[in-house]
Structures are given as structure tokens and as C-alpha cells.
Design a protein. Structure first.
Length: 202
């Protein structure tokens, strides 16, 4: 069983996904960690390789050859240099294609909740597909709280992160939710009830 949770950054996808996975006793993986791992490797390699594209390709090969424990144990996924490298890495379309293959291989034959972007396209037959959507202001409130920065700085950060997000078309068979409209426990309760229903046929 695959359940996907899509949406832009700072919507609580990973937090909700992890809570759900514990309740359902299945695996959880944040697909954003994969592209961050590529960005992290790019930072390590960029000075020793002649072109930006070649450094991105080399970083991808390193990720493809890595174990998932290397990824989850990486200390630099969320540092400033990795954040800046994300914009470089994500402009190359071949990155998404290669990471999709890694993800499909890793989850084959297993039950997982996956959070990230475009996972409903990667797994079109997923048991449930959710898309989290909310306002910049609500997302900025979460950033301000977690990063301990002013609301104005949090809004600027959200705009920066959104500047390298790709436009996404959300199909009708994906359930769109604002995760901030309900208290977390109520949202988890709603999702668990929804997941307990038979698979929808479209």
C-alpha cells in the first residue's frame, strides 16, 4: 500500500506523514530528502568538477550508489549551503527522472507513506493521494515558530523556497486539504478514517 502526501514546503507533510505511518505501522519516507542529498553531494563536489551540470550528474551517481542509511544519517541536509544548492540541482530535469527510479526501486513491494512533490504522478495507483495546500501566511507562521525568526523573514523565506518550485496540476483523484484548518490530532483522525475506506476507483 502506497499513500502519498504532496504539496509545497512548510505544510507539515513530513510531520503528518510520520504520525500516520506510526498509527498504520508502515514505513515513511520524505522524498524531499533525496533531492536534498543530491544538493548536499553537489556542494561537496562542485569545486573539483569543471561544469555545474557535470557536478550535478556526479552528485546523482553518488546518491544512486549510496545506501538509504547514508541519506538519513547526513548532517548537512538542511544547512544553508544545501538550501542554496537546491535551486541549482532542481533546474535540471534529469534529476527528477533519476530520483523517481531510485524511489520506485526502494518502495517496490512495500507499504509506505511518501511525502514530497509529484508523488501522485510517480505512484498513480497509490491507495490514497493527498495534496496539502495553504496560504503563504499560514506557512510562514510555521516557519517563524520552527526557525525562531520574525514573521516578515518567514514570509520572505517562503517566497524564496517557492521561487524554485515547479507548477503542478492536481488531478481530480487527489484529495486537496489545508492541513492548518484542523488541529493536528483531528487531521490525523480524519486521514485515518479516510484511509480505512475501500480504495477509490476513478
Amino acid at each position: 500500500m502506497i499513500i502519498t502526501i504532496d504539496g509545497y514546503s512548510w505544510l507539515g507533510k513530513s510531520y503528518i506523514g510520520e504520525r500516520l505511518s506510526h498509527k498504520l505501522e508502515i514505513g515513511f519516507f520524505s522524498t524531499g530528502m533525496l533531492v536534498r542529498f543530491v544538493a548536499c553531494k553537489f556542494v561537496e563536489l562542485e569545486n573539483g568538477i569543471s561544469t555545474e551540470k557535470a557536478a550535478v550528474e556526479k552528485a546523482l551517481r553518488c546518491v544512486e550508489e549510496s545506501q538509504f542509511k547514508d541519506l538519513t544519517g547526513c548532517k548537512f541536509l538542511y544547512d544553508d549551503k544545501t538550501e542554496q544548492a537546491l535551486k541549482i540541482v532542481e533546474k535540471y530535469s534529469f534529476v527528477d527522472r533519476r530520483l523517481e527510479n531510485i524511489l520506485k526501486h526502494y518502495t517496490q513491494g512495500k507499504s509506505f507513506i511518501l511525502d514530497g512533490r509529484f508523488t501522485f504522478n510517480i505512484f498513480p495507483s497509490a491507495y490514497r493521494k493527498y495534496y496539502f495546500r495553504s496560504t503563504v501566511e499560514r506557512r510562514a507562521e510555521l516557519v517563524s515558530k520552527i526557525k525562531n525568526i520574525s514573521f516578515e523573514d518567514a514570509v520572505s523565506y517562503i517566497h524564496y523556497r517557492d521561487s524554485f518550485e515547479k507548477e503542478v496540476y492536481v488531478p481530480e483523484n487527489v484529495c486537496v486539504l489545508d492541513p492548518f484548518e484542523k488541529p493536528t490530532d483531528k487531521l490525523i483522525e480524519y486521514l485515518l478514517k479516510d484511509i480505512s475506506e475501500p480504495k477509490r476507483i476513478y
